[in-house]
Design a protein around this ligand. Sequence first.
Ligand code: FAD
Length: 415
Amino acid sequence: AGHVVVIGAGQAGQQTAVSLREGGHSGRITLIGDEGVLPYERPPLSKAYLKGDADESRLWLRPETFYERHAIERVTGTAVAVDRAARTVRLDDGTVHDYGHLVLATGALPRALPVPGSGLRGVRTLRTLADAESLKKDLAGAAHVVVVGAGFIGLEFAAAAHDLGHEATVVEALGRPLARVASAPTAEHFTRLHEQHGNELHFGQGIARFHGDSDSGGGEGRVAAVELTDGRRLPADLVLVGVGVTPCTELAEAAGLRVAGGIVTDSRLLTSDPHISAVGDCAAFPHARSGRRLRLESVQNAVDHGRLVADRLTGTTRTYDELPWFWSTQFTTTLQIAGLGHDHDTQVVLNGDSGGSGNSGAFSVLLFRGDDLLAVESVNRSADHMAARRILGSGIPLTRREASAAGFTLKGHLK
Ligand code: FAD
């Protein structure tokens, strides 16, 4: 592959560079990133780091010396153009880098809410270390914290805010939290968990506008209130908007690569140009298990994508077929998800309360479509999660009837 240039020094780009070198690539590796810090992991930004339980040095994926020792050239800058005919990348400072193979690992950025007042000070999103640093400062002086969107980032932020002594109000447009990413019993558990801690949740409510302290809702000053679609106003001096992300595809699009809800790749994570791969949050890839094109936002996806591309560039071509998995921590509760449960039609709850819902403090929800196990969500049951990953990962059959039998355990099913 010669000189491999990676655009985006986040989880996926960093992994690609590291695995390339570890896999024996002897050519140059250039890792271009626009954040100006060492590659770091994002999960603690809405958890331990936000709460002050982990400092910056705990975030770095590798120490600075690692990149020097492995001759991974880190370049700080924004890639602004890819010339596919000349096989070059141009940065914002005018420098040009030739590539033998290019890896796009540009990630995704938070969506803004298209409502009046979203430009007010104190209306924020959380993606980068810089975002987390300023949110930490804002939280210290905040009296009323409002979170828009009850997805993972919104709920984790609300939990961290609570742990820092605030009560947070969460506003969600859909009827329940985690609607796109978790089953009803799991969502119900997290709703209760937040309520028990004193966080307030409003479902089925959109945001009409943000009001500033010095005007009636234009775009200046600092946020003072959030107006819901039903007209209610919630006082707010800090608003975290967590309503999803948009993949960073502009560079790919401008270079004429296929883009459809992400940079389109084949099952080997090659884009429509055989000299360019795409990995991580920005890549829309075919998912063999569901037969769909997917774009996932998780550490697992970023890491496994990076490894696969590095393997291909060092001589071992595989089709991407890794089992997706994910985790989220809120308060002292950890949710772990193995597989993708979107299409489920039935569920079996293990170790729930007597009513069979997810009321107990530790339980797992098995999601089936017909008799196919699609995913397992485990709340404070990491042994279940590990067993589920083995069952789903190696395609060990498990029917709904087997899972519903008295005394059934996921671990036992492995034996
Ligand atoms: P990113 O990590 O976003 O990296 C992309 C990088 O490319 C960025 O640094 C960006 O600035 C840079 N870039 C973009 N365009 C250019 C350009 N033109 N030139 C130069 N550089 C460019 N996942 C989990 O599995 N579990 C969790 O608990 C979890 N918690 C999370 C908490 C937070 C607060 C966030 C934000 C994410 C969390 N995630 C979690 C998701 C996970 O962090 C992401 O899926 C992962 O970081 C994706 O890696 P990536 O490399 O594709 O993108």
